[in-house]
Design a protein around this ligand. Structure first.
Ligand code: MTE
Length: 315
């Protein structure tokens, strides 16, 4: 991943969006549930997204939607931050099937409609990219554990491996002469991390069906880990006994570890992880930097998963 580059955002454009957003969240909480229709583009025609306001929220202003949907990493569509929004228009996230297999009693192919039909809720999570920028994102999704329960992992299952679709005809980053990463993009979690209640599969964001650039139709969200663990457009989830390979670890093992827990005390070899730039807050060149929190602020919930581990070695 390239080093951090400050975003080009005009601070005066931000306030109305934030005010609007906060009002919508309040309405969601008051009504108990919301039905939102898709705005993911003409090619996406899923059922309307139905969800409840979630229990997990944050006392921080959500990132403006236009930033979270235009400043992305999704190398299948190119390596530039604007490439996913610019070049994902031909991607067809429907029909879609997620194969769940490996060390499970009941392997199953899930149609995306069945996954969207599981109880969905909105979760506002702080997200931290390894490139030292952060956002606050209102995801809509469901706990990964709800899916794992349906396939019944065997006692021998210790890890969960994830895989993104390979579709060069619709993903220009997979078809050019320069291939930035090996495909498919793959990620993994330890089973206890995957089963943690904060770990979700997201099907929506900002109350709408997930746009292509954010990982349509379904992507992983693990808020205490660097953003690269949040694998997008998932087609396969496999339970394994051994630690699965992960894309960024395969491409630069000394820079990106398997665990990838947000840790201000462990610098990336090429830059500090002690502070971060909150996208969408305006301010340039350090004006809006804030301290990065251990486990991205979720230490109370997740630190016990790593008791006894040397987190400088297991980065
Ligand atoms: N998933 C796939 N399939 N391909 C990618 O290039 N990039 C990762 C992650 N998931 C990536 C991916 C990285 S580096 C980050 S920071 C997050 O997606 C960004 O998610 P966002 O664009 O929704 O903020």
């Amino acid at each position: 991943m390239p080093a951090y580059r400050p975003p080009r955002i005009n601070a005066t454009e931000i306030t109305p969006e934030a005010v609007f957003f906060n009002r919508r969240i309040f309405l969601a909480a008051a009504a108990g549930s919301l039905v939102a229709t898709s705005s993911a583009g003409a090619l996406a025609a899923p059922a309307a997204l139905t969800y409840k306001a979630g229990a997990v929220t944050l006392d921080e202003t959500p990132t403006p939607e236009k930033d979270a949907t235009n400043y992305n990493n999704f190398y299948e569509f190119g390596t530039g931050k604007g490439d996913p929004a610019a070049y994902s228009g031909d991607f067809k996230p429907h029909p879609w099937t997620v194969k769940v297999d490996g060390l499970v009693a009941r392997p199953k192919d899930f149609a995306i409609e069945d996954l969207v039909a599981l109880p969905q809720e909105e979760r506002v999570y702080r997200m931290r990219c390894v490139e030292a920028w952060s956002m606050v994102i209102p995801w809509v999704g469901f706990p990964l554990s709800a899916l794992l329960d349906q396939v019944e992992p065997l006692g021998s299952a210790k890890y969960v491996a994830f895989e993104t679709i390979v579709r060069p005809a619709e993903m220009p980053g997979q078809s050019g002469i320069f291939q930035p990463l090996p495909w498919p993009y793959v990620e993994g979690l330890r089973l206890d991390e995957a089963r943690h209640p904060l770990t979700i599969l997201a099907t929506g964001v900002y109350g709408k069906t997930l746009p292509n650039q954010n990982g349509a139709p379904i992507r992983l969200v693990v808020p205490w880990k660097y953003g690269f663990k949040g694998i997008k457009s998932i087609v396969r989830i496999s339970l394994t006994e051994t630690q699965p390979p992960t894309t960024w670890n395969l491409s630069a093992a000394h820079e990106y570890g398997f665990f990838a827990n947000v840790n201000p005390a462990v610098d990336h070899p090429r830059w500090s992880q002690a502070t971060e730039n909150r996208i969408g807050e305006g301010g340039f060149f350090g004006a809006n930097r804030r301290d990065t929190l251990p486990f991205n602020g979720y230490a109370d919930e997740v630190a016990s998963l790593y008791a006894g581990m040397d987190l400088a070695k297991n980065f």
